[in-house]
Design a binder for this molecule. Structure first.
Ligand code: HEM
Length: 465
């Protein structure tokens, strides 16, 4: 069976991991690369880089206002100066604490306390809910919980439900023509209601936070620590370079999209791999028990010692790199220095005319045998002892435009996995007559939406203690 992750096969006939693709009929050639050195040349940004992020590549992120992901050049620097400080230790502590709390809520709300075996037909139903609640609480500062009713007593949508609908329908809102979105059908009406509700709410929140931040600055008190509040706070210090309210909202929303689906899919893939590889799951479990024991909750201070849990997650990100395409464009005539194939010394310099797209194919990078021995194999030990911030792990991108939420995602995931894997052994939920290998082939393959993700992962949770 041909896998959607077999993208490196594209490069094999050419013996190069950077290729030029010429369209049959119209359009100019583009480069596709699975090479980290080439990726670095085009994706790092900054004055010396001849490539930028074209607006067409970021349309999916521009629905709510300009933001750090879509911006480029000076505009990006302005956004980064405000958004960067929001990712600080106070936020990270909040991510850990809220993940612990949300895990507890999940167990109670799903009725799993005391249950010995639980069938979970699609693990994504849990990981998406977790990621949405954590980004909602830590990114937006909302008090969400695992089972809140979708509509309040007066029949209006709850903010939590509006956020869920907006996230789930993002591709519709971006790509479907406006006249279809305006049709008086139930689904479209619901999406419009959710957008309207959320936007009104966000505007009111910006104003509320501004008042709070000014009060806490003048009183010297602490105030809230969610990313939204931090953003408003950082923006207050910016004088002339302040972001507008629309840009603030654009950035809060982009965090929702950048930080929700990515983490949720990767957690699902990681659990799928660990279900298939019971020996690797036991290795991770042994570390959790030796670091945290069986009684107490893991703390953020345990995080550096839970390196096998992190490695299991990193290997999930590598094999299912959620940010699978990074599109850059030459804004001037330039060259690419392309390393020759393995076994041949040196580089080949290729001219790149202004306007040429270079597409960093993250699946190509992560499955490139130049960097990984037997790249298709799930082997977390590749990351044992590798510094957490290391660029040898490239699936969060590299350079100054690398993922700002890397630590957010890894803290959330390590905390959640440590709790879940300590309580339960994860096993593949097989169909009647299906073998484990058939389950792997059916389940551990990719599908592509806004990000790249794993197929639905059906598992069985078996209580360990
Ligand atoms: C497994 C989880 C994640 C993966 C694999 C991932 C991957 C990436 C990649 C590849 C980029 C570079 C995109 C490009 O240059 O075109 C990126 C950028 C970014 N990510 Fe993530 N991400 C993850 C989670 C998160 C989370 C949880 C957040 C926020 C809470 C986040 C926020 C961002 C932001 C703000 C940027 C833009 C940085 C900039 O351009 O300065 N990401 N991410």
């Amino acid at each position: 069976m041909k896998s959607n992750l077999d993208r490196f096969a594209v490069y094999k006939p050419f013996a190069h991991d950077t290729i030029s693709v010429v369209p049959y009929l119209v359009g100019s050639p583009s480069f596709y690369t699975g090479n980290v050195d080439v990726a670095r040349q085009v994706s790092v940004g900054g004055h010396k880089c001849s490539f930028h992020k074209p607006t067409e590549a970021s349309l999916a992120f521009l629905l709510w206002g300009m933001n750090i992901i879509a911006a480029d050049g000076e505009t990006w620097r302005k956004h980064r100066r405000v958004v960067g400080p929001a990712f600080n230790n106070e936020l990270y502590q909040m991510v850990w604490t809220e993940t612990l709390k949300t895990y507890g809520d999940m167990i109670a709300a799903e009725g799993w306390e005391g249950k010995q075996e639980i069938d979970v037909p699609v693990i994504q139903t849990l990981t998406f809910k977790l990621a949405l609640l954590i980004i909602g609480k830590c990114g937006f500062g909302f008090s969400f919980n695992w089972f809140s009713p979708p509509r309040s007593k007066d029949g209006s949508l709850s903010i939590q439900e509006a956020l869920r609908i907006v996230t789930d329908s993002h591709m519709i809102a971006v790509f479907l023509p406006q006249w279809i979105q305006n049709l008086p059908i139930k689904k479209m009406k619901e999406i419009r209601e959710a957008h309207h509700k959320l936007l009104g709410f966000m505007k009111q929140q910006v104003e509320e936070r501004r008042v709070e931040v000014r009060a806490s600055l003048s009183e010297g008190s602490g105030g809230r620590h969610d990313a939204f509040t931090m953003l408003v706070k950082a923006n207050e210090d910016e004088g002339k370079l302040k972001l507008s309210d629309e840009e603030l909202i654009g950035n809060v929303f982009v965090m929702l999209f950048a930080g929700h689906e990515t983490t949720a899919y990767t957690l699902a893939a990681t659990l799928g791999f660990l279900a298939y590889h019971q020996d690797l799951q036991d290795e991770v479990y042994d570390q959790i028990v030796s670091v945290v024991g069986l009684e107490r909750d893991p703390t953020i201070e345990d995080y550096p010692s839970l390196d096998k849990v992190l490695a299991a997650f990193y290997e999930g990100v590598r094999l299912f790199p959620a940010g699978h395409l990074m599109i850059r464009q030459a804004y001037e005539d330039t060259v690419l220095k392309i390393p020759n194939p393995v076994g041949e010394e040196g580089i080949t310099t290729v001219p790149v005319p202004k306007g040429t797209n270079v597409i960093v194919d993250m699946v190509g990078v992560q499955y490139n045998p130049r960097y990984f021995d037997n790249p298709g194999e799930y082997r977390p030990s590749r990351w044992y002892g590798v510094n957490n911030e290391s660029e040898s792990f490239s699936a969060f991108s590299i350079g100054s435009r690398a993922c700002l939420g890397r630590k957010f995602a890894t803290l959330e995931s390590v905390c959640f996995l440590s709790l879940l894997l300590r309580d339960f052994r994860i096993q593949p939920a097989l169909k009647a007559g299906e073998t484990k290998d058939q389950w792997r082939d059916r389940v551990l393959d990719a599908k592509i939406a806004l990000t790249l993700g794993v197929n639905d992962v059906p598992v069985k949770l078996v209580r360990r203690v």
